[in-house]
Design a protein around this ligand. Structure first.
Ligand SMILES: [Zn+2]
Length: 118
């Protein structure tokens, strides 16, 4: 039994369809990070492994999960940075199960008490 069995792996990333489109994207990007331009040829070439990122997240746009135009090649550090930013952008969920409103609530329209209504 594998020792890391407690870590759940998303079955999406194990699918053949994903592996195929992922490799196509890496080849199109020339095995380079589209963010910082560093070479990501993988361990065989003594370079960092390429990561393929969803530009529009799978959570928000599941229909674009296998759309090659929604993918981009990133190096590990750029991908980690992007993932962290994405998690920060997630709405916080309150105890009642609804997202906590982070936008400032517009004040109720001020009514001039001296203005006569017709
Ligand atoms: Zn990079």
């Amino acid at each position: 039994m594998p020792s890391r069995s407690n870590k759940r792996v998303d079955p999406f990333y194990a699918s053949g369809a994903w592996k195929k489109v992922r490799l196509q994207r890496i080849k199109l990007d020339g095995w380079r990070c589209t963010e910082c331009g560093c070479a990501c040829g993988g361990k065989k070439r003594g370079q960092p492994s390429p990561h393929v990122d969803h530009i529009k997240t799978r959570r928000q746009h599941p229909e674009l999960a296998l759309d090659i135009n929604n993918l981009r090649t990133l190096c590990e550090s750029c991908h980690n940075r992007r993932t962290r930013l994405d998690q920060l952008a997630r709405p916080r969920i309150g105890l009642d199960g609804y997202p906590i409103e982070t936008q400032p609530v517009a004040p109720a329209r001020y009514r001039d008490p001296f203005r006569e209504e017709k």
